[in-house]
Ligand binder design. Structure first.
Ligand SMILES: Nc1ncnc2c1ncn2[C@@H]1O[C@H](COP(=O)(O)OP(=O)(O)OP(=O)(O)O)[C@@H](O)[C@H]1O
Ligand code: SF4
Ligand SMILES: [Mg+2]
Length: 407
């Protein structure tokens, strides 16, 4: 509403929300979360009377990454590639099949359920759907106040003042603590979900599609709020989203997943301006305002053939090969290592290169000890250390000179 000269109140169109500047990772921040070779296989059981295990859904199959204190890593990829499962593993809603999740240096991957209470304070989750993630029978005061009580964060007398303070932080009226979730709009409910996630002063927030259920006009407001929270409280984010433009804005570092694996990871500039994996290039070509730089000024969208294969029986070698426009024999025989190709850039492809300039022969053959078709090559001397570690080394494989070196 605004007021005219003669004092009448008139409805006005809401001002479009100006987005904050893109987020940057703090300089020289310590590593808060280090994930190494993380796997989650869900058993598939036969139907009938006796449920025998007949296979596994390989939802997450050996992912490694780091999140810096106060920083943000974006996780992107098509539906079903394992983003939410990765987030749920980090928050230990699931116990991983294998791998390490080091949080503040301590491996929490197999800490038993009864010992997880302190961890629950440190790592919190923001969910996609603000309609189903809040209990409709509880007031907002109870939704936000309960974790404060369970974890004895403040004395009982301080619970309500703290609830009001949190409501204010997320931009809601503190006096509305007695209302129920259905009395709020979608954007306001997501703010309640954010307030709940903040109650225990977490160091890491796993935000799983935090704005994709909201109107576009509300999305910018909620992203601004998350940026304010990050700056004010120094909280780190694992930010899961489909929307590559939002991820570019919020995340200084991005990991691209395909069928349970990270295929490319790097800083914002590497992923958005110099993608070297055919899948990343295809994903970016579908986003109108980011595709130009990523695909060398080409305007057309790269259409991927076929559907994503089943994670129960993924393709041999490179999992992307059944849809990859440049696949060769070696791609079916050997899985490409996640090779570091820049200061903060890794790619898992035998033929990494700029769009339209992928090499004709596999750059990985020598280091894997195989010939160009992927058959063992007795004359080759494979690189001993191609295992996928979290973080980046200070030496890497230069795609132009095709040698390992340092900057
Ligand atoms: N509890 C479960 N039991 C069995 N399979 C599961 C389970 N949870 C996820 N999956 C399967 O694991 C794979 C990865 O699912 P996940 O939800 O992590 O994907 P996602 O990348 O978050 O997708 P979306 O973008 O649609 O949210 C999918 O094939 C999914 O069907
Ligand atoms: S390894 Fe082969 S199939 Fe996989 S992305 Fe690279 S070229 Fe395509
Ligand atoms: Mg998901």
């Amino acid at each position: 509403m605004s007021t005219t000269e003669n004092g009448d109140q008139v409805a006005t169109r809401p001002e479009p929300v100006a987005a904050h500047a893109a987020s940057e990772n703090p300089e020289d921040a310590r590593t808060l979360l280090s994930v190494e070779n993380l796997k989650m296989y869900f058993p598939v059981k036969s139907s009938g009377l006796i449920h025998r295990k007949v296979g596994d859904v390989q939802a997450v199959d050996g992912v490694s990454f780091e999140v810096k204190a106060g920083g943000s890593l974006g996780l992107v990829g098509e539906s079903g590639c394992g983003k939410s499962t990765t987030g749920r593993l980090i928050t230990r809603l699931y116990e991983p099949t294998a791998g390490h999740i080091r949080f503040e240096g301590e491996d929490i991957a197999s800490v038993p359920e009864r010992k997880l209470k302190p961890l629950r304070r440190e790592i919190q989750m923001i969910f996609q759907d603000p309609y189903t993630s809040l209990n409709p029978r509880h007031t907002v005061g109870s939704i936000i106040g309960t974790p404060l009580r369970i974890h004895n964060v403040v004395p009982e007398k301080q619970v309500l003042p703290r609830v009001k303070e949190l409501l204010e932080i997320v931009g809601l009226n503190p006096e509305h603590y007695n209302r129920f979730p259905n009395e709020f709009s979608g954007g306001q409910r997501q703010r309640i979900g954010i307030a709940r996630a903040l109650t225990l002063n977490p160091k890491l927030l796993v935000a799983d599609e935090p704005v994709s259920a909201l109107d576009v006009s509300i999305q910018a407001q909620v992203i601004n709020l998350l940026q304010d929270i990050q700056r004010e409280f120094g909280v780190a984010f694992l930010f899961i989203a489909h929307d590559l433009a939002i991820v570019r804005h919020f995340c200084p570092e991005v990991a691209v997943m395909y069928l349970g694996k990270i295929v490319e990871i790097g800083d914002r500039d590497s992923i958005y301006n110099q993608p070297r994996h055919p899948y990343t290039q295809a994903l970016l070509s579908a986003v109108p305002d980011v595709k130009q730089a990523a695909v060398g000024g080409r305007r057309e969208r790269i259409q991927l053939e076929g559907d994503v294969p089943s994670p129960i029986n993924p393709p041999s070698g490179c999992r992307f090969r059944t849809r990859c426009p440049i696949a060769q024999d070696i791609c079916a025989r050997l899985e490409p290592p996640l090779l570091q190709i820049g200061k903060k850039h890794k790619v898992a492809c035998h033929f990494p290169g700029a769009l339209g300039q992928h090499p004709n022969e596999p750059l990985t053959a020598g280091m894997l000890g195989v010939d160009h078709q992927g058959n063992p090559d007795p004359g080759a001397s494979p690189s001993p250390d191609l295992t996928d570690k979290p973080g980046y080394d200070d030496t890497w494989f230069d795609l132009d000179t095709r040698t390992f070196g340092r900057a």
